[in-house]
Design a protein around this ligand. Structure first.
Ligand code: ADP
Ligand code: MG
Length: 420
């Protein structure tokens, strides 16, 4: 993909925007871009540099993304609304063409990495609550204040805030940002590789320092794997990123939106969508954080496709889809008969959310019921009945007292009783 119209190949030490930004290390990539950790020589801070593929359609998409990110930044001068901040943007010309580049505030690991780090076992509900508050704050801002639909909410697109501010951190003084490119190419490829390797090692050390090995998970991509897998005491703040698919609610450009597993039923059926598609994806994400499993993981099978399986899974969890909704979409006829029954998947095994949480995930009954009470209304088949992000923020589940503390106290009490 590093070809004309494709990705821009970056080497550690490469300079951007007239030397202001210096590439340190690759942070991640997506379909249309690569994302690099870069040092901003003007502000002496680290930033994330998202470099778009150069072909026209990618440039167009990047311009759109920049427009939305800019609107989000303009509406939130204090940067408190849980949406990634756009710092700068510029064009960079390389051998593969012209690339639009976005400079974003530098964030930590994605929730997907956090879920993996927890070995897909799910996180304490107290942590889930904290993360949910952040995501909802972001969504409320996007929806109510900006009129924007994110359209691709999922764990991968929610990044933790690094708990150490690199600018204020005392260990930052030990940093050695890579400020220059390896000298010339005359040395030949072999030598270049040695230099690159050295620089990479330096970059890794630098990143480990700013991320702080003390902070086990938020430690960006350099998370030490041997430390105890324990998220105690870590502040679970996070931000919504990736506005590559976002749109204004009154100017949508795609019918098929969202990543499969987080896709709302009205998108599958093509009955039109609104802000509430993000709420659906939010509920799927919250479940996944708590259990380590995707809420819906549809597969195609004998005689039916992924879409129909997906609809079947939804109904097994949430009950039968009301007939009017089932037959109301442009694509309803592909999946439902006129009674509102699936055409090819006939026998559904109902397994409601609270029971799934207790039976399969061993969450204590009371906690499971409370969590299901929070999630079920968001998973309403009728999009207009789903609570808004603002309404969800008022839900008592988000402010529940921690059961773990109570368990802990009970544990202590029984120890005391044994002693006595
Ligand atoms: P795409 O639109 O190509 O999916 P994203 O914006 O989702 O691009 O970025 C791709 C990956 O790059 C993310 O999953 C994440 O790992 C990393 N990344 C993106 N933005 C940042 C950021 N601000 N700070 C740190 N890492 C980031
Ligand atoms: Mg992405």
């Amino acid at each position: 993909a590093y070809r004309k119209g494709g990705y821009h190949a970056v080497r550690i030490g490469d300079q951007f925007s007239g030397g202001r930004y210096i590439a340190q290390r690759k942070l991640g990539w997506g379909q249309f871009s690569t994302v690099w950790l870069a040092y901003d020589t003007r502000t002496s801070t680290y930033v994330a540099l998202k470099i778009q593929k150069s072909a026209q359609q990618f440039a167009q998409a990047a311009l759109h993304e920049i427009e939305l990110l800019q609107a989000a930044a303009d509406g939130d001068p204090a940067n408190t609304k849980c949406v990634v901040r756009l710092i700068d943007e510029f064009k960079h010309t390389g051998p593969n063409g012209q690339h639009l580049c976005m400079v974003l505030e530098f964030l930590g690991d994605s929730l997907l990495r956090l879920i993996r780090y927890n070995r897909y076992k799910g996180m304490e509900l107290n942590k889930v609550r904290e993360i949910c508050k952040c995501i909802l704050t972001g969504l409320d801002y996007l929806h109510r204040e900006l009129g924007m639909i994110h359209s691709d909410l999922k764990p991968e697109n929610i990044l933790l805030c690094s708990s150490i501010d690199p600018a204020k951190d005392p260990i930052r003084s030990k940093l050695t940002p890579i400020l220059e490119k390896p000298e010339g190419n005359q040395n030949g490829a072999a030598t270049m590789n040695v230099i690159e390797k050295k620089l990479k090692r330096r970059a890794r050390r630098a990143v480990a320092k700013i991320s702080g090995r003390r902070v086990s998970i938020v430690g960006l991509s350099e998370t030490p794997t041997k430390t105890k897998r324990n998220l105690d005491g870590i502040d679970m703040r996070c931000k919504v990123v990736d506005f590559g698919n976002a749109c204004w609610y009154d100017n949508k450009f795609a019918e098929e939106i969202q990543t499969r597993q987080y896709r709302a039923p009205e998108v599958i059926l093509q009955s039109g969508y609104a802000f509430s598609v993000d709420m659906w994806s939010f509920a799927c994400t919250a479940f996944e954080l708590a259990t380590g499993d995707m809420l819906f993981a549809p597969k195609d099978g004998n005689g039916y496709g992924e879409d129909e399986d997906h609809l079947a899974l939804m109904m097994e969890l949430l009950g039968k889809m009301p007939r009017k909704i089932a037959i109301g979409g442009a694509r309803s006829k592909d999946y439902f008969d006129r009674h509102g029954d699936l055409k090819r998947i006939r026998r559904l095994k109902y397994w409601p959310l609270d029971r799934l949480l207790t039976d399969k995930y061993k969450i204590p009954q009371e906690e499971a019921r409370e969590f299901a009470d929070f999630l079920c209304p968001i998973l309403d088949f009728a999009p207009e009945k789903r609570p808004t992000a603002q309404q969800c923020l008022q839900h008592p589940w988000l402010n529940l007292r921690t059961q773990d503390n109570e368990d802990h106290i009970e544990g202590q009490m029984s120890k005391l009783q044994i002693k006595n």
